[in-house]
Ligand binder design. Structure first.
Ligand SMILES: [Zn+2]
Length: 218
C-alpha cells in the first residue's frame, strides 16, 4: 500500500517523526500460526506491519541503512466470528490478485487508523531488524499488546493468494528470533521475565483522513 498523504508516527519514545512508507501482512496456513511476534507465548493467525521511515533521512532507501531508520508498528489479529471492516476492501480486492505479480487498486479510501487497536498505549518496544531479507538492523519495533479482529473467511482470502510457482502463499512469517540480550520495553507499568517497563508513554499517530490503497502480491 502506498499513500501520497503522510501518515506519521512520533513520540512514544521515538526521537523523531517517522513517515508512512508501506504496510503488509504475515499469515499462516492455519490459525495456529502466522504472526512473527508472540505475546506471552501466544501466536496469532495474522500480523500487520506498518513501515515508517525517519523523516530526517528523507526517503526509505536512505533510512534502511541507518540503525534508527525505520519505525515499524506491529498489529496482531485474533480470530473472530465477524469480519474486520477495515480489511473488507482489501479482501474484496484480493479476488483480483490471486496470481503472483498482479496488482489491484482499492477504490475505498479510509483512514489507516481503522487498522489499529483501540488501545494504542500498551505496546512493546525493541530495536531489531527487518524480518525479510536483507534483514537490516534498522528497525525500532512497536508491537501493540491489544489484538484486533479478523474472520476465518478473511484469513482464507489471504491464504488463497498464489506465489510465482503457483503454490499458495502461506506461512510468510519469520519465527521469533533469539533476543541476544536485547531489551524489550513495555509501555506503562508492569513487568515480565524478559521485559523492562518504561515510563508510561503513548505514540502520537497522525492519521491521514483518507488513503488510496494499491495492493500487490508479495
Ligand atoms: Zn513484516
Amino acid at each position: 500500500m502506498n499513500s501520497k498523504a503522510a501518515f506519521r508516527v512520533s513520540q512514544g519514545g521515538l526521537k523523531d517523526d517517522y513517515i508512512f512508507a508501506q504496510m503488509h501482512f504475515h499469515w499462516g496456513a492455519d490459525s495456529a500460526q502466522g504472526s512473527e511476534h508472540t505475546i506471552d507465548g501466544v501466536r496469532y493467525p495474522l500480523e500487520m506491519h506498518i513501515v515508517n521511515y525517519k523523516a530526517s533521512y528523507g526517503n526509505l532507501g536512505t533510512a534502511v541503512q541507518k540503525p534508527d531508520g525505520l519505525a515499524v508498528l506491529g498489529v496482531m489479529f485474533e480470530v473472530s466470528n465477524t469480519d474486520n471492516a477495515a480489511l473488507t476492501p482489501l479482501v474484496n480486492a484480493l479476488a483480483n490478485i490471486t496470481d503472483a505479480g498482479a496488482l489491484a487498486e482499492v477504490a475505498t479510501a479510509y483512514p489507516l487508523q481503522a487498522f489499529l487497536p483501540k488501545d494504542t498505549e500498551k505496546f512493546y518496544r525493541y530495536e531489531g531488524s527487518l524480518t525479510t531479507p536483507t534483514c537490516n538492523e534498522a528497525v525500532i519495533w512497536t508491537v501493540f499488546d491489544t489484538p484486533v479482529e479478523v474472520s476465518e473467511s478473511q484469513l482464507n482470502a489471504l491464504r488463497a493468494i498464489k506465489t510465482e510457482d503457483g503454490n499458495k502463499l502461506i506461512n510468510n512469517y519469520r519465527p521469533p528470533q533469539p533476543l541476544n540480550n536485547r531489551k524489550v520495553l513495555v509501555s506503562g507499568v508492569g513487568n515480565s521475565a524478559d521485559s523492562v517497563s518504561m515510563k508510561k508513554m503513548s505514540l502520537a499517530l497522525y492519521v491521514m483522513s483518507t488513503m488510496t490503497v494499491i495492493m500487490m502480491n508479495m
